[in-house]
Design a protein around this ligand. Sequence first.
Ligand code: DSN
Length: 412
Amino acid sequence: MNLENLRKVDNEVAEQIDLELKRQQENIELIASENFTSLAVMEACGSVLTNKYAEGKPHKRYYNGCEHIDIIEEIAQKRACELFGMDHANVQPHSGAQANMAVFMATLKPGDRVLSMDLSNGGHLSHGSPVNFSGLYYDVAGYGINENGEIDYDNVREMAIKHKPKLIICGASNYSKIIDFKKFREIADEVGALLLADIAHIAGLVAAGIHPSPAPYCDFVTTTTHKSLRGPRGGIIMCKEEYAKDIDKAVFPGLQGGPLEHIIAGKAVALKEAMQPEFKEYAKQIVKNAKALAQGLLDEGLDIVGGMTENHLMTLDLRKTGKTGKDMANVLERVGITANKNTVPNDPQSPFVTSGIRLGTPAVTTRGFKEEDMRQVAKIIATAIFSSDNENVLADLRKDSLELCKKHPLYS
Ligand code: DSN
């Protein structure tokens, strides 16, 4: 990475960027929501576009000098609609949480009812957690997953009939099965609810046609752009044409000020990349790698919530090992594997300790890991967990993970 000017102006920051690059290069990244974006995306995000105020929409701005910004934002909107098959896209949300917030603002009044997946079962903070705006200002009922790790659609229907929500949310931040958007539509129609699919985690799989698309069934689709979609950190809202004005108004002036046009340019580039045939191959490999990792972990005698994954992620259930997610995520970090602790359904531990670890394959797939590598990763993880007190074993595992990283160089 070229940090020539930064090094002269602020070496303190440059040094930390160097170290972060080394950390990314020398560790196996299994945080299911992370990825390594392309240098092309980073160039767009690091460009002069950061200098421009552009409140408003393309061709309807509050500032002059937006002729190039307008074209870039329109390119991003057009590509998002084309890739995901929706009528309208607002590419300005700074994050997935803000994209969801805008849908709430456009469709609900404070106190209105929402039905969404419970956070502890794999939902997202912005889908109605009591500590988030969504749970503080709206009346939220949460559905869960059954013992097979799947959404119980009959239960969702019963809850929808009981609670009569105005908005139903499908989509999760920790769910390893295919989401049946058609079933959600049928339930929403039965109770007269609007339907939002938050596809932040699976956006890359949806874009590549590896996961069914929510487009034919949902009124709104939100996503982040930096997870399996492999773009810059940010959000997008897509919707049916009839909701376009309300969504745009909710984003600005409702929730945000000036859009981050440099990031919007990065989103446009990432969306173009996601339209290429190589991206389809990449998305297929994400799922193959996740299945190989899951099979390897099961073969090593570890439990996974819901068993075999159908997408890019899984949650190790550590209850029978007597170890916690917090401790084991730290042990994995010591052997060069980055992951996050996560609750499992009916977790006896607190959310700060947990009995699970979430693992995902979008990032390692970007650097070229294949199934045989994932089997090795599974072996490293299992050995680290079962021998977490043995310093010599952990030191050897660190060498193994470094070898795998060297086999698949990143940004070099
Ligand atoms: N923090 C993201 C994740 O890790 O899934 C969700 O916003």
